[in-house]
Design a protein. Structure first.
Length: 379
């Protein structure tokens, strides 16, 4: 149900969702502080002595927390606690296929309205009477097809099939205990542990260790520019962004005499990848196009600003900067990234964006929170 926060565009939308939560024992909070109707109406949360302003928009997905009476839903069930109606067939999507996706994500699609309905999607020839009934409940979020499709998780691409070769014997210079420790850190699905593993790996400065971890890793230009991982860095859909961070780190931090890593760094010009940390991307100096649109857990954009050849940044990277609670970020780097993305924004907004860049440039180069950069109002 938390996915519905991505569709919020007004205080009225948020009020509807809040009412549903309150009626069904679901607590909406921010850092342990329960959200009230007054918070929604004023746009301010009191932290016990001082207030914090929050904006209404997709950023609420990461800003707010929902606590369910029966505990958190299973991983991947992002539409759990969503009971919805398709009010007419969808115009641009196969309705039955979308229903199947919703049900796989834990949602429930029904035909008749009741007090447990919290979402209606209007399609072709929508029933106006149904909309009126939903509005009277005052807890139903009513979306059009476009807004609804935007909050659906992206369909993950099928992994590229590859031939599995038997692993070669370990070189004498490789300590098996070290390899096992590194493996445990790399597959931990914890950014801090993976970073610890990469620091350990980097300190070894051992080309044989690098070759061991990069054996069979390939770069496929025909698949939108994707790295094909070996079994070490292959996992389930939720694990893959973490494994990709580890793989990028091994390629980036391998010693200069590691031919495999050098070839990969030099070859990658177009890259479509899901990752949780972007810093290793700084080593891919030939990158011209980068798609991080499915990197929902991305914590930073540090690896992008120094890429001088990078010309195409998928727009969702910039939008994501407005919807995710990034840590403090260097303003000059943000301006660099934003400047490169300008060409992919609506023409009517280009002058506003350029003026915006000029204005925030005057603030200096100190790190600032992304919450103070209200780019979502301009796009």
């Amino acid at each position: 149900m938390k996915s519905l926060l991505k569709a919020i565009r007004s205080s009225e939308d948020l009020t509807c969702l809040f009412n549903f939560c309150e009626n069904n024992g679901i607590e909406m909070s921010r850092k342990g502080y329960a959200i009230t109707l007054e918070n929604i109406q004023t746009g301010v949360i009191n932290w016990g002595g001082y207030g914090s302003v929050f904006s209404i928009g997709p950023n609420l997905f990461n800003y707010l927390t929902l606590k369910y009476p029966d505990g958190d839903p299973p991983r991947g069930k992002t539409f759990a606690h969503v009971k919805m109606i398709f009010n007419g067939d969808l115009k641009n999507n196969d309705t039955e296929e979308v229903i199947q996706r919703i049900e796989k994500l834990g949602g429930l699609v029904v035909q008749n309205i009741d007090k447990k309905i919290n979402l209606i999607v209007n399609g072709k020839d929508a029933n106006k009477q149904l909309v009126k009934k939903a509005e009277k409940l005052n807890h139903v979020l009513i979306l059009d097809e476009k807004r609804f499709i935007e909050i659906l998780p992206a369909i993950r691409k099928k992994p590229i099939k590859r031939k599995v070769k038997p692993r070669k014997d370990l070189p004498n210079t490789v300590d098996k205990k070290v390899l096992n420790n590194l493996k445990k850190l790399f597959i931990s699905r914890d950014n801090d542990l993976i970073s610890q593993g990469l620091e350990m790996f980097r300190s070894l400065e051992n080309a044989d260790v690098s070759k061991y971890f990069l054996d069979e890793v390939q770069y496929a230009t025909k698949a939108d520019g994707r790295l094909i991982p070996n079994p070490i860095f292959s996992g389930t859909a939720p694990a893959q962004p973490y494994l990709n961070y580890a793989l990028l780190g091994v390629i980036a931090y391998a010693p200069d005499d590691c031919e495999i890593a050098n070839n990969l760094k030099n070859s990658v010009k177009f890259l479509d990848i899901e990752t949780t940390i972007s810093s290793p991307l700084a080593a891919f100096q030939n990158l011209e196009s980068l798609d991080l649109s499915n990197s929902e857990g991305l914590e930073d954009l540090d690896g992008i600003a120094s890429l001088k050849k990078l010309q195409h940044i998928v727009k969702s990277v910039i939008l994501g900067a407005c919807s995710r609670p990034f840590r403090l970020f260097n303003l000059s780097q943000f301006i660099t990234i934003l400047s490169r993305a300008v060409r992919f924004l609506r023409p009517s907004k280009l002058l506003t964006i350029r003026t915006y860049i000029s204005n925030i440039s005057s603030l200096g180069s100190d790190p600032i929170p992304f919450s103070k950069v209200k780019l979502s109002e301009l796009i």
